[in-house]
Design a binder for this molecule. Sequence first.
Ligand code: NAP
Ligand code: ZN
Ligand code: ZN
Length: 346
Amino acid sequence: MTTVSAYAAPSAKAPLERTTIERRAVREFDVLIDIEFAGICHSDIHQAREGWGEAIFPMVPGHEIAGVVSEVGPGVTRFAVGDRVGVGCLVDSCRECDNCKAGLEQYCTGGSVGTYNAIGKDGEPTYGGYAQKIVVDENYVVRIPDGLALDVAAPLLCAGITTYSPLKHWNAGPGKKVAILGMGGLGHMGVKIAHALGAEVTVLSQSLRKKDDGLKLGADHYYATSDENTFKELKGTFDLILSTVSAPLNLDAYLSLLKTDGAFVNVGAPEEPVALNLFSVIGGRKTLAGSGIGGIQETQEMLDFCAEHGFGAEIELISADQINEAYERVLASDVRYRFVIDTSTI
Ligand code: NAP
Ligand code: ZN
Ligand code: ZN
């Protein structure tokens, strides 16, 4: 066991504070990672404040982890000391169900293990990336390509894969009109990735405050959803709408923006249920779907894709003592576009 410094929420809604946690000794197939950067995902806030239901405390959030391998177990074959690596939302899964076998570990039916706010197969709670080190089975670790700096790579481990996976699955590409709903951590990655895939990209944001950034990141069009004319003008426009919004939405209004056979894919995970008039999908044979992060292999594919296209996330680098303030700014949609913690300050 190694004692490491970390930032934890001691209970729901309490501010995060500096503490220490124990990391397990490196087992046969484990790698020990010296964490350098950890992104702040809105999911960290939902969980630290028990917005999604009862959680495990103390909680060390963080599932956008980038660092360097500092020790490997004797059975490890894929990584060596000094490798630049990342860890996302999963640190284990059953490895036997159809989904695990298909590289869809995020939909494991035999029990996957979250990077934090979960209980590992050893019965111990898992602690996430707001810490100086983490021990992870090599099968749940990915390689960060040389072309990507670790700080801008960290957010790809959740925000990147959560937008890449559905954009690929629903065939965002040349000739497709794709809307990204919400321009925060996930949304801004959605814009970059959909643009790199060759789609015509529209941002639907609450206001035009971030329009210049959106256009710079690759959007072709940018509309404010607070303007009623947006819904009139864009009626029946999109093949695909990817919603990254963290709060309940008027789904019927957004479904009206789809073409016949278009899909509204939701990755945002609001704390409250949303209402739906089913006529909104009947007319136009529309699809309403959801998507969760992505598998390990696909996460590697996404990192390689981002490196090939020369982009990481747009980040605001913060020190650990700014985490609580950063949470408030995320809640106020005031993030440009991902807070990343320099974990040397923990
Ligand atoms: P974020 O940085 O806070 O971005 C969310 C964006 O949604 C905001 O920037 C804002 O964009 C928009 N928004 C916020 N409140 C809104 C409201 N009341 N009405 C309309 N739009 C609103 O959060 P994030 O880290 O990208 O995460 C987004 C959501 O995805 C969270 O719920 C998170 O838990 C979830 N998530 C899901 C998965 C998954 O696997 N499915 C993975 C990661 C995260 P504008 O300012 O542009 O309007
Ligand atoms: Zn996340
Ligand atoms: Zn499984």
